[in-house]
Design a protein around this ligand. Structure first.
Ligand code: F6R
Length: 650
């Protein structure tokens, strides 16, 4: 059986539709990537537009906003521009709009739709319908009724596009919405507001209400495509697709719609039973990793360590097939125990002078040249601070490369505080024409009047970047890394000046290649943590992977191993882990102190996502939890463990 090997979008996996099962109550299609899936949906829409056009009829589209449908809109624009598809016979109805945002507001769905689609195609403006977010309250009801009538008069929605919120909402039909609900004013769920808080510069600025088509309105569409990308959606997708219909997950209502298709990328599909516990679904093609996954799952299910699992445990839990193929059970127990045991090492750079045949890293060369890529200037210590310190202590030649400046995550207040501090230099060093006081006054004035729409001047962003640079250098100093081994790549994709980043480009890849060719590392550590709220980690890993692919024939690369860490936002599943580095209580403290050096990211940093714990707390809890799991499976008991997955470029 073909498994999703990692929840990254970079490993090949074949279409798993053949394994669709009784667990799934909706037709689910798993694509290789969001872009690939979106192209299929866009071409279905294009086909319908053409068909209707030859019949002299309109096509009525129900449209969504948010990050999910963007690739579909890009592809529709491409088809319009390159293949001449006309949208003159298309009528659109958008699902929703924030109340009470003016259509011109940069976060309004009006603005989104015009920017992302309408102004690039030839759709007549009078064919576009989007709920109006700026109506007086007393006019909202009448507007909603008219919206419903307009949909009916247009002939009903032919194709409806949907995303899904982490609350399980479709449109803004939050938990509790009724099956027969129609277009109306609704209150947004707290989780929904948290999820959009970054685009509004904080939860307190997110509108509390929205006007949305109802579940009943959506269910009346003839054909529905619900898309979901990324691991952040995996859990709610599993519930909506596999669990019984309930009003607490409005998406589950779609189970009763005759023509709905759920389209996922591989990351959004990982919680589905066919991927999570495939042995419960059909016969599996067992390999070492799948066996480890199944056995660890069984341990947690029956609450026993590996070596105490009995034949009956296997048989009672849908794993007799495994025993038949790879048994006896005692051999499976021992094999998996050894396999997991061999992931543990206190020598992440390899232990010189010992047999390394069952160790995760080779002994030689020693010392190794190591590159630790850190997407933001703190992921290195948050995610692998203990391992980082060990590599330095074990005398490897470690280089840290901070990929982005991280400037936008520094608060205005911090920037001002630093400038204020520098004003003292005039007196201390008797500098006459420094004018720091002037800069301070000017900045204070700017921040006083800054609003959500302001684009921050470059020099203030540079000050914020400098703050993070200073923190990163302090943290490396604390770990004992020589200053010349601390590198700031300042990848250009990040420097958009706003929360929204540019896509990765050639310049980013070339900078990365040049850096790697200079160091010629034997080991590379990089963040495979794809759940950060703004997608920076994903772009950073894509850049590294592209760079590595281009250098596959370099001599140094033949002797280089790549390790992916995770940390601030999520942790690897233990069935995927190739290397586990235990931390003593003292090392946990060293790691904490190194994270503390990133002061601008402490005490309520700007972009914490929905998890309000500070980064050091998240890291410690995760590392302790991993140690607890190893302990539960019957390994030695450690204070904390950092884990890594080996990545091979092919
Ligand atoms: C947007 C909408 C919402 C989004 C959902 C997912 O018009 O109705 O239901 O589809 O919140 O948002 P993203 O795509 O940003 O993850």
């Amino acid at each position: 059986m073909n498994m999703i090997p990692y929840s990254l979008s970079i490993n090949g996996v074949t279409d798993a539709d053949a394994f669709a099962t009784r667990y799934e109550k909706l037709p689910v299609k798993v694509a290789n990537s969001a872009v690939e899936a979106s192209k299929v949906i866009a071409s279905r829409i294009a086909e319908m537009i053409r068909q209707r056009s030859t019949e002299g009829k309109n096509l009525v589209l129900g449209l969504a906003t948010g990050s999910t449908p963007i690739h579909v809109y890009n592809e529709l624009i491409r088809i319009h521009k390159e293949e001449g598809l006309s949208f003159s016979n298309v009528v659109t109805f958008n699902l929703d709009e924030y109340y009470s945002l003016h259509p011109e507001h940069s976060q309004s769905y009006h603005h989104f739709m015009w920017e992302r689609l309408f102004r690039h195609i030839d759709i007549p403006a009078e064919n576009i319908n989007i709920p109006k977010g700026d109506l007086p309250l007393e006019e909202v009801n009448a507007f909603c009724k008219t919206y419903e009538i307009k949909i009916k008069e247009a002939g009903g929605i032919d194709i409806q596009l949907l995303g899904i919120g982490r609350t399980g909402h479709i449109g803004f039909n939050e938990p509790g919405s009724a099956l027969n609900s129609r277009t109306r004013l609704v209150t947004l769920d707290r989780l929904t507001r948290i999820d959009t808080s970054d685009s509004f510069n904080g939860e307190e600025n997110v509108p509390k209400y929205a006007i949305t088509m109802g579940v009943g309105t959506i269910m009346a569409a003839r054909e529905i495509f619900l898309m979901a990308w990324g691991e952040g959606k995996a859990s709610i997708i599993q519930k909506a697709v596999e669990e019984p219909i309930t009003d607490t997950i409005p998406t589950s209502y779609l189970q009763n719609h005759p023509n709905t298709f759920i389209i996922l990328d591989r990351a959004a599909a990982i919680e589905l039973t066919r991927f999570k516990t495939p042995w419960l679904v059909s016969t599996c093609e067992w390999n070492d990793r799948l066996i480890r996954k199944a056995v660890l799952w069984l341990c947690l299910k029956v609450q026993k360590p590996i070596l105490k699992l009995s034949e009956r445990d296997y048989n009672d839990n849908g794993m007799s097939d495994l025993i038949t193929e790879h048994g006896p059970f005692s051999k499976i127990n021992i094999d998996v125990f050894n396999d997991l045991q061999h992931t543990i090492t206190g020598w992440p750079g390899g232990k010189p002078g010992v047999d390394d045949s069952t160790r995760p890293e080779r002994a030689l060369p020693y010392p190794k040249r190591v590159v630790l890529f850190s997407p933001h200037p703190d992921d290195d210590v948050i995610s692998m601070g203990g391992t980082f310190a060990r590599l330095v202590e074990q005398k490897h030649n470690v280089h840290v490369a901070y990929q982005t400046s991280g400037s936008i995550a520094v608060s205005d207040d911090d920037a001002l505080r630093y400038i204020d501090f520098v004003t003292n230099f005039e007196d201390i060093f008797d500098i006459k024409d420094f004018e720091a006081e002037k800069i301070y006054q000017k900045t204070a004035e700017y921040y006083k009047h800054k609003n959500k729409e302001s684009i921050e001047p470059g020099e203030l962003l540079a000050i914020k970047a400098a703050i993070r640079k200073g923190e990163a250098r302090a943290s490396c100093r604390y770990i004992g890394l020589p200053e010349e081994n601390v590198h700031f790549l300042n990848l250009p994709f990040y420097e958009s000046g706003t929360v929204k980043k540019n896509p990765a480009g050639e310049a980013d890849i070339l900078i990365t290649m040049e850096f790697l060719r200079k160091i010629k590392p034997h080991q590379i550590y990089a963040a495979g943590d794809l759940r950060d709220p703004h997608g920076t980690h994903r772009v950073c890993i894509d850049i590294i992977i592209e760079a590595l692919h281009r250098m596959i024939d370099d001599e140094w690369f033949k002797d280089c191993r790549i390790w992916f860490y995770r940390g601030a936002w999520q942790e690897w599943e233990l069935d995927m882990v190739d290397m586990a580095v235990p931390l003593s209580p003292e090392e946990v403290e060293i790691k904490r102190n190194a994270i503390f050096r990133h002061q601008s990211q402490k005490d309520g940093a700007m972009f914490m996502g929905s998890d309000k714990r500070e980064f050091w707390q998240r890291a410690e809890e995760r590392n302790r939890n991993t140690a607890r799991l190893y302990d539960k499976f019957g390994m030695a008991e450690y204070e904390a463990i950092e884990v890594f997955v080996r990545y091979t470029v092919d």
